[in-house]
Ligand binder design. Structure first.
Ligand code: FE
Length: 130
């Protein structure tokens, strides 16, 4: 379930917002995403390719309006690119498998990492733990 989906498959399967966020570097409006306040136990996967990205035990309430995590499920599950769009230099987080845009990472997160992975709900699919 982590092969690389084609753009045609994604167009057909994703909602317009999921497509825009993951394929066109979009950002959902703050406090509107499906998973902002999700406190259930489970795993968050890439909505495009299914790769496991974040676990609920590293999710915390950042107050930002987007799902926030202090670390990915594994260091190799995401990649970070420098993003200098919109007059800011930020670190963009993408899925390591299919390169879907997920969000950005900032260094104002909680311990133990001090990182804040600020992720669009529209990039994620949640699998609740049994
Ligand atoms: Fe992916």
């Amino acid at each position: 379930m982590s092969s690389k989906p084609t753009p045609e498959e994604l167009r057909a399967r994703l909602t317009p917002e999921q497509y825009h966020v993951t394929q066109e570097h979009g950002t959902e409006s703050a406090f509107t995403g499906e998973y902002v306040d999700n406190k259930l136990s489970g795993l968050y996967r890439c909505v495009c390719c299914g790769l496991e990205l974040f676990a609920s035990d590293s999710k915390y309430d950042s107050g930002s309006g987007w799902p926030s995590y202090y670390q990915p499920v594994a260091a190799e599950s995401v990649k970070v690119n420098v993003d200098s769009s919109h007059g800011m230099v930020r670190e963009e987080v993408v899925c390591a498998n299919c390169h879907a845009h997920l969000g950005h990472v900032f260094s104002d997160g909680p311990q133990p990492t001090g990182q804040r992975y600020c992720i669009n709900s529209a990039s994620l699919d949640f699998d609740e733990a049994d």
